[in-house]
Design a protein around this ligand. Structure first.
Ligand SMILES: NC(=O)C1=CN([C@@H]2O[C@H](COP(=O)(O)OP(=O)(O)OC[C@H]3O[C@@H](n4cnc5c(N)ncnc54)[C@H](O)[C@@H]3O)[C@@H](O)[C@H]2O)C=CC1
Ligand SMILES: N[C@@H](CC=O)C(=O)O
Ligand code: NA
Length: 437
């Protein structure tokens, strides 16, 4: 029998313990698929007692990741500690020692991916990261392999389970933001620093990786536009529903003649679209390609066993390919290394979307005319409008507008002019709208 694939597991938290459990509970099935076992040879975690209790007596446990990564009896290092600093050192040390690497660490790859992939190429080892984007959904393999015949037009995804969980629970149960975030943390969905989730940074890490895989560009996290869900209000979520839309945090990357769009922001999506109905911790990634058309990948985006499912799938791929000729491996970013080419990342003022706007105005004749004039001057046409009188003595009204598609730079100028009107109170709330047809 072929010798087992020997794995060092670094980090035995939510995803690490899930990986340990999946390898154990599905050991026979995995051996049937691979032809030989995948064996956890050693574990490193700072909390040695907890790790020992979880792993049981058969597995070696220590707190020293660096001692593990260069050991001759290890074939693969699985990095599941997270963060940029130690994780980067562990991954680079493993690669330098000739070990294959599996990681769920999208933050690390979105920021330092180019350096890590170059090191892996030089050392002729594989780096696999299916768990890093959309957790258990095998969307990386789908883009790298299943959609390889296509030119991809855009990728748009609900790729942060914590935010989707928060938005769903707020809408359905009327629960306050902070309570739902605490629940997401308790369920193991949130990042170590949950501002990464709610400020859109985690989704930006993931869309950066999807953009590279879809378009063959280097990792461009530093150029991504990032806006989270912390400024969304209950009113906007309710008005969106009235207009037939649902608010989701979307990561979007699109190839245009002028360059690549790379952006994360709350987005109104028509409720009739399948992706608008993805709720809770579930993620979905819509890929629009020129041969197959739209494909939608749906599943759990976070959590212990679902994320571990992706980690173990990567281990299985490595087990199958580790002794195969180098050119039988799918390139790490889906395109040949010497064909990865930079493309301009469009600044937001050049991006075209439709807009939702909400503003408070004096309830008197002529106000609407002023607004529509400003919008018309900016080449912005209105698709729908709601006006609601205030329930108090203020003699004001709330106006909610949906525009047709327009250029963001024009919208910024129009909003500045609208906010300067004496009949308009406070600032204009605005959310981008994508039809995703
Ligand atoms: N929780 C989830 O649902 C998902 C997490 N991820 C990613 O997976 C990675 C791990 O996340 P979680 O399991 O949620 O984190 P976690 O915080 O539950 O686990 C991290 C573990 O690493 C250990 N650790 C920290 N520093 C260490 C060091 N220097 N040496 C050895 N062990 C060390 C900690 O003691 C802890 O047990 C992160 O990169 C995260 O972004 C990706 C997809 C989903
Ligand atoms: N914090 C992330 C975990 C998975 O990547 C999320 O909520 O999606
Ligand atoms: Na995945």
């Amino acid at each position: 029998m072929t010798t087992p694939l020997r794995v060092a597991l670094v980090g035995l938290g939510t995803v690490g313990s899930g990986t340990f459990n999946v390898l154990n509970m599905n050991a026979d099935e995995i051996t049937r698929r691979v032809g030989f076992p995948i064996e956890i040879k050693a574990i490193a975690d700072l909390n040695v007692d907890k790790a020992r209790e979880l792993a049981g007596p058969g597995v070696e446990v220590s707190n020293d990741a660096f001692a593990l990564v260069s050991r001759p009896d290890i074939d693969v290092v699985v990095e599941l500690i997270g963060g940029y600093t130690i994780a980067k050192k562990v991954v680079l040390a493993a690669i330098e020692a000739g070990k294959h690497v599996v990681t769920a660490n999208k933050a690390l790859l979105a920021v330092h991916g180019d350096e890590i992939f170059a090191a892996a190429e030089k050392a002729r080892v594989m780096v696999a990261f299916e768990a890093a984007v959309a957790g258990g959904i095998p969307v990386i393999k789908a883009i790298k392999e299943g959609l390889a015949a296509n030119q991809i037009e855009y990728v748009a995804g609900i790729i942060n389970g914590t935010c989707n969980f928060i938005l769903s629970e707020m809408r359905d149960k009327g629960l306050p933001f902070a309570d739902v975030l605490a629940q997401a943390q308790a369920l193991g969905y949130a990042e170590a620093d949950p501002t990464f989730d709610i400020e859109g940074i985690d989704a930006a890490h993931k869309i950066t990786l999807l953009s590279s895989l879809a378009f063959g560009v280097p990792v461009n996290f530093g150029k991504a536009y990032v806006e989270g869900i912390t400024k969304l209000t209950k009113e906007d979520i309710e008005f969106a529903e009235q207009l037939g839309y649902r608010v989701k945090l979307l990561g979007i990357s699109k190839r245009t003649a002028a360059g690549v769009e790379l952006r994360v922001h709350p987005t109104l999506i028509p409720t009739r679209r399948l992706i608008a109905n993805v709720e809770g911790v579930m993620n979905a990634v819509l890929v629009k390609s020129n041969a197959v058309g739209p494909t939608l990948f749906y599943g759990p985006g976070a959590g212990s066993l679902p994320t571990a499912s992706a980690v173990v799938a990567d281990l299985i791929e490595i087990a199958r390919l580790k002794d195969a000729p180098l050119d039988s491996r799918t390139p790490v970013l889906a395109f040949q290394k010497d064909r990865i080419a930079q493309s301009d990342v469009l600044s937001m003022d050049k991006v075209e979307t439709a807009f939702y706007m909400r503003l408070k105005v004096d309830d008197k004749p002529g106000v609407l005319a002023e607004l529509t004039q400003i919008l018309a001057k900016g080449h912005i046409s209105i698709e729908a409008m709601i006006q609601r009188q205030a329930n108090d003595e203020s003699n004001t009204a709330e106006i909610v507008l949906l525009t047709h598609r327009c250029i963001e730079g024009d919208v910024n100028k129009a909003i500045a002019a609208i906010e300067a009107l004496p009949t308009v109170h406070g600032s204009v709330a605005r959310i981008r709208v994508e039809d995703l047809s």
